[in-house]
Design a protein around this ligand. Structure first.
Ligand code: C5P
Length: 221
């Protein structure tokens, strides 16, 4: 039996995580936050004192292969016994994730773990290459984006609400740097899958985007 997968790809802070979680909840599907895997790998590697570049590619890929990671309720994430849910959400952690994710051996090391999330009754997968690389046969691929200014403002509000201090112009610059790195890398660059449906969420509420994705999904049943 084909286990259904809905892919939601797009740039940083496009709202993918929130939308994917809401769609998964509405359908009773599993959720894969693939960005968290790169964030965790980046965190583990930087804690091990490694420079996050080609020189350490194999070492970081080995770490990625057996990360003692566990996902709990409410999008909590554990590394061994440590709750790292907040530690992986900082801007620095995002930038580190973007660095390790540009290393092909690291991407390869995380493939099986990502595939293992495809379980009944279905999966909503969010990331950069869900539709292009990991689940190329997914029946619904959404490419979600929004203007950079709009994404920076959203990220700002998100961080402030978590009690993390932030500055909009720094966020905008970081986000543009991360977009550029994610789009220009040689392996699995961020780009819309050919068969994806694109959605510009700049002027949409979260609810409107969720309804649109669920409508597209119903049309495919
Ligand atoms: O989505 P999130 O901001 O958590 O992702 C962090 C970083 O991980 C991204 O900037 C990107 O470089 C990388 N990533 C990736 N492929 C994915 C998901 C995330 O390269 N499928």
């Amino acid at each position: 039996q084909q286990i259904p997968v809905i892919c939601i790809d797009g740039p940083t802070a496009s709202g993918k995580g929130t939308i994917a979680a809401a769609v998964a909840e509405a359908l009773g599907y599993h959720l894969l936050d693939s960005g968290a895997l790169y964030r965790i790998t980046g965190l583990a590697a930087s804690r091990a004192g490694l420079e996050l570049d080609e020189a350490n590619e194999e070492t970081i890929a080995e770490m990625a292969l057996d990360l003692p990671v566990r996902f709990g309720a409410d999008q909590r994430v554990w590394l061994g016994d440590e709750d790292i849910s907040l530690a992986i959400r900082t801007e620095q952690a995002g930038m580190n994730a973007s660095r390790v994710s540009a290393l092909p051996a690291v991407r390869a090391a995380l493939v099986d773990l990502q595939l293992s999330f495809q379980q009944l009754p279905g999966l909503v997968a969010d990331g950069r290459d869900m539709g292009t690389v990991i689940f190329p046969h997914a029946p619904l691929k959404v490419y979600l984006w929004a203007s950079a200014q709009c994404r920076a403002e959203r990220r700002y509000k998100q961080l402030i609400s978590k009690g993390i201090s932030a500055n909009i112009s720094t966020l905008l610059a970081d986000l543009e740097a991360r977009d550029a790195r994610d789009m220009q890398r040689a392996t699995a660059p961020l780009k819309p899958a050919e068969d994806s449906l694109q959605l510009d969420s700049s002027e949409m509420t979260i609810e409107e985007v969720v309804v649109q994705v669920l409508t597209w999904w119903q049309e495919r049943q």
